[in-house]
Write a protein that binds this ligand. Sequence first.
Ligand code: ACO
Length: 392
Amino acid sequence: MRRAVDHSYTMKLVTAETYRPGLEGVVAAETSLSLVDGQNGRLIIAGYALEDIAAHASFEEVAFLLWRGELPDKATLDEFKSTMATYRVLPSATHSLLEQAAHHQVAPMDALRMAAATFDIDLGDVDDFTRAKAVAARVPPTVATYWRYLTGQEPIPPSPTLGRSANYLYMLTGAEPGPATVRALETYFNTVADHGVNASTFAARVIIATQSDMVSAVTGAIGALKGPLHGGAPGPALDMVFEIGTADRAEEVIRAKLDNEERLMGFGHRVYKVRDPRADVLADAAERMFASEGDMGLYDLAKSVEATALKLLEEYKPGRNLKTNVEFFTALLLHGIGLEIPLFTPTFAAGRVAGWIAHCLEQQRTGRLIRPDSTYIGPTGLTWEPVETRKG
Ligand code: ACO
């Protein structure tokens, strides 16, 4: 028989007042990597305004900046790029795993998570900087190789001479991409490389803080990125643009979604209560790319969908300050580059891996375990009863 439950223990050891659901507003780290200024819509990457750096730097320069705290000079950058390029050749264990995953039609993000766990199989006892280069170098070739297996095509060996972004597109398609496309992808990677203690980065920091290893941390981060509330949003955002089809249908389709209490993918953010600055950088990059190598019609449609969504979000959710986030223009840009929707989130991982690694290196320097408290709200005073006499 169940006994009376004693709730007296819920006079909390940690008071309920300190509990912040979703850790909203809780400061969990000190970082020199990025400043996410949610009130003013500002993103600073290791001292540089996003707008200054994203459209000009190569991804390797941004990774170096995040990991070393300063931009490299030319000779250092060349050496850094060529070392990273050597790690594009995936271990044979990674290839076998990807082949098997394709056989089972595993989703690309799950295949990346499985494969990431093999990234250090051939590295031996290298230092963390070398490990960082290998792990960051291997994400794009893994995604491209998996995509080839999944779509019944032979994988393409990496090019040792192309930059990381160009090589990714080359390994996906077998064709060397044009300069405007490469620039657009570099800008995208730089824009998403780091963003404070977002969910996947926090996951990476928690793992590395136990004195675990970088590959475990990156593998966990990939799992965290996959969810639709984090890195999984751009696919559905593009689906919405396609579903709308023509600007005159935007209001009707979006209104129906909001009446149905659906969330509009690509809008709203935990930190930004004004427009996400990354959305502007990516909108500009998309406009430049579409103007030079693409379809301006889709760009114009997306802008019109965005305007209608913002108007209706204000009507349906007044005062919530739901603005365009990075994922809306990510969808447009990656589609314009020629990537299929299932590649969007793995491509996000290919950029964010720079930040995950940077946070791992930073967290390791603190040497501090991350271990928050919880407030117990369950019963106490229950008495054990053997299964033979226990009542249902
Ligand atoms: N569409 C419609 N309503 C929304 C949206 C949205 N995109 N986002 C938030 N809301 C509403 C909520 O329903 C809630 O309404 P209520 O107060 O009437 O209940 C209110 O706004 C506050 O929402 P919260 O869930 O408390 O906000 P939170 O800070 O937890 O959410 C999140 C942030 C998860 C990003 C949310 O805005 C969302 O789901 N957006 C859509 C998914 C998306 O675009 N994700 C990518 C984010 S960027 C990134 O991770 C890289």
